[in-house]
Ligand binder design. Structure first.
Ligand code: PXG
Length: 459
């Protein structure tokens, strides 16, 4: 029996249902339906398909998550088999199940040494809320309950739950967030805006110095943790200068501040290693995982807890009052295990590190000469093409985001899905992308840039 949803409605009928009933995330409900929503009905490999019959190359892997690409029967089978055997049981009250036990062992083996225990949630946001509570629990057990302020970075994104939004540096989200007193933010190591004529190492020192300044301004006795995405994703693929995190980690150690790596985007092969922490030599006390953990086929997130924190919780005792009905969900755990198996069997890390990562860098490099482009930066299979009004300066566009939106619309019209962040065009394709897929991205993105530059009278 075919149980898939009907695809027989017209685009207009689907859009009418959307407009009548659905409140999608991050939307302005006033302007949302002026244009009509694009309705995606299916996906296969690296392409998504909409109700108009358009085939679109997905250079964003859904939302930075479909690392193994679409249509993977292994994941469907893993979910179905687990649903038949044990579709649900909880991990509360001293019960658990084999899928989550196996996944925990696997994650402990893949993540950097010292991160040996796993706490599960369903989204990156929940995982980060878990971390915030665990930071407070840890310092309370250590007899320093006043160490509860967490330092994040501007343009950092850690999720949409109330605390994760406060920890993040998206200022637009802050007025709906939690009490500001528990969070503070420093400037990110965003070379394009802040490096000026400093050498890379000098800028790394300057940017890490912003952390020390913030610690001294608040008093180290108040600061519980510093949180960072190794590469800021939703903030615009901000790649730190070499050495930045070495200085950052020294500072965290000097003032006895926990270091948290949010690897929701950078994890599971995106950088060519299992985790950016490995690529950048980070030794976080805790690590946030989601997205690529299940390649987005089902929701699951995890917090990797380092030995210092875990040992304290274990030795000092006292309940950690926190958890979700679906923490360590058996179906998600089974899908995660199958997904990790694919990454290993297909050697996707080597593919990204040695083949497609360097190829993406090389293929995008010529765009730096385009009239609309101020900078191209890549790391593994992450990329940002920064748009500028004038390359000399560079001078940014006044109405931030407007130009990137135009480029994005042209790209989609030509069959390429990219993300726009401020005036940056963002790529985060499936790790199964080959060189031919990258070539297709470059051709379509270049054409979208050309059309936009002509439209804006820049060439
Ligand atoms: N941390 C990081 C680094 C993320 O990128 C989260 C936490 C939160 O995960 P959940 O599963 O709660 O969404 C994310 C999520 C965008 C965009 O606009 C990015 C994310 C989510 C939604 C939109 O690029 N990243």
């Amino acid at each position: 029996m075919d149980q898939s949803l009907p695809t027989t409605h017209s685009t207009q009928e689907w859009q009418a249902l959307e407009a009548a009933y659905h409140m999608p995330p991050f939307s302005d409900y006033k302007s949302l339906h002026e244009q009509g929503t694009r309705m995606i009905t299916r996906a296969e490999g690296h392409y998504i398909y909409d109700t108009e019959g358009n085939q679109i190359l997905d250079a964003m892997a859904g939302l930075w998550c479909v690392n193994v690409g679409y249509g993977r029967e292994e994941l469907v089978e893993a979910a179905a088999a687990q649903m038949r055997q044990l579709p649900y049981y909880n991990a509360f009250f001293k019960t658990s199940h084999p899928a989550v036990a196996k996944l925990s062992e696997k994650l402990a083996s893949l993540t950097p040494e010292g991160l040996s225990h796993v706490f599960y949630a369903n989204s990156g946001s929940e995982a980060n809320d878990t971390i915030i509570r665990m930071v407070r629990h840890f310092w309370a057990l250590e007899g320093k309950p006043e160490k509860r302020v967490i330092i994040g970075r501007d343009y950092g994104y850690h999720g949409s739950t109330i605390l994760a939004a406060s920890m993040g540096g998206m200022s637009g989200m802050h007025h709906q967030a939690a009490n500001e007193a528990d969070f503070t933010h420093i400037k990110p190591p965003y070379g394009f805006l802040y490096q000026g004529n400093q050498s890379e190492d000098m800028f790394a020192k300057t940017a890490a110095g912003w952390l020390e300044d913030a610690i001294l301004a608040h008093g180290a006795d108040k600061i519980g943790a510093f949180v960072a995405e190794p590469i800021q994703g939703a903030g615009g693929v901000i790649v730190p200068p070499k050495g930045y995190f070495a200085y950052i980690q020294e500072i965290c150690q000097k003032y006895d501040i926990l270091f948290i790596a949010d690897e929701v985007i950078t994890g599971f092969g995106r950088t060519g290693k299992w985790f950016a922490s490995e690529a950048m030599d980070l030794r976080p006390d805790m690590m946030t995982l989601a997205k690529g953990l299940t390649s987005g086929y089902v929701p699951m997130s995890a917090v990797m807890v380092g030995d210092r924190v875990f040992t304290s919780l274990k030795e000092k005792g006292g309940e950690f009052y926190h958890g979700f009905t679906y923490s360590g969900h058996p179906v998600a755990a089974a899908v995660a295990l199958a997904n990790l198996q694919i990454i290993e069997d297909e050697d996707l890390l080597t593919k990204v590190e040695e083949e497609t990562g360097p190829y993406l860098k090389e293929a995008l490099a010529p765009l730096a000469d385009h009239a609309l482009v101020g900078e191209v930066r890549t790391y593994g299979l992450l990329a940002c093409v920064e748009l500028v009004k004038d390359k000399n300066g560079p001078v940014l566009f006044e109405n931030t985001g407007e130009t990137a939106e135009i480029v994005r619309d042209h790209a989609i019209a030509s069959g390429l899905m990219v993300r726009a962040v401020r005036d940056g065009m963002i790529l985060s394709p499936p790790l199964t992308f080959g060189k031919a897929d990258i070539d297709e991205v470059v051709v379509k993105l270049t054409s979208a840039l050309d059309v936009t530059a002509t439209q804006l009278g820049m060439v």
